[in-house]
Design a protein around this ligand. Structure first.
Ligand SMILES: NC(=O)CC[C@H](N)C(=O)O
Length: 222
């Protein structure tokens, strides 16, 4: 399985994401935001966390208009897999690949702490290695993690079983406690918590590792 990890000016989880993919068994190519094309044959694009372009304008808004994001949108449009974590999730909503928006946290403060998440669906390559309803612990670190979408969109996400993860104790005011959502074809996941920061015992826990393990299994079998 071949993963591309996009690097924007201000990304700070790009190496962590690459190492986690590699430890799960993937081959990784780092791709610079000014590049126009993704490497040929890429199975999944990782859009990492951080502060792309300094979070100016809105988190993810400038990155969503960078040259490489046109190729990320094209990759998603043709059914390719994409994983956006934290700032990566913000970028995926700004491109329109995923619905909704990430607003300022309800408490108006940057929140950095481990949180408990409920695995809301196991019907995806990202969540297949978890048990439905399982509680996992993964850290968050953001000031704009408050997921917002209109009621019709939220109802559709629920009806289509596209909420991947929900907060056990909503730390940022997200609508319906949403921590991560899937695209309609279930091949794009955006989530605010950082599974790559809780993927081996030295991190203090490894609940995030199964997400990458499940992906590598599915994309290697494909
Ligand atoms: N850890 C991150 O990716 C941070 C995301 C974004 N810059 C925020 O604070 O909301």
């Amino acid at each position: 399985m071949h993963a591309a990890v996009i690097v924007f000016p201000g990304s700070n989880c790009d190496r962590d994401l690459a190492v986690t993919f590699e430890r799960a068994g993937a081959r990784v190519t780092m791709v610079w935001h000014k590049d126009i094309a993704l490497p040929a044959g890429v199975d999944i694009v990782g859009v990492p966390g951080g502060f792309s372009y300094g979070d100016y304008l809105r988190c993810g808004a400038i990155a969503a208009n960078s040259p490489i994001c046109r190729s990320v949108v094209a990759h998603a449009d043709k059914g390719g897999f994409v994983l956006g974590i934290c700032n990566g999730f913000q970028i995926l909503t700004e491109t329109g690949i995923l619905p909704g928006a990430l607003l300022r946290n309800a408490g108006l403060k940057y929140v950095c702490k481990p949180v408990h998440l409920t695995v809301a669906t196991t019907d995806s390559a990202f969540t297949r290695r978890y048990e439905a309803g399982q509680t996992i612990t993964v850290p968050i670190a953001h000031h704009d993690g408050n997921y917002f979408a209109d009621t019709a969109t939220l109802d559709r996400l629920q009806a289509e079983d596209r909420i991947a993860f929900a907060y056990a104790d909503n730390p940022n005011g997200s609508a319906r406690g949403i921590a991560g959502i899937l695209s309609r074809n279930r091949r794009v996941l955006g989530m605010m918590p950082h599974p790559e920061r809780m993927a081996e015992p030295l991190h203090g826990g490894s609940d995030g590792a199964a997400l990458f393990g499940g992906l590598v299994d599915q994309l290697t079998d494909a």
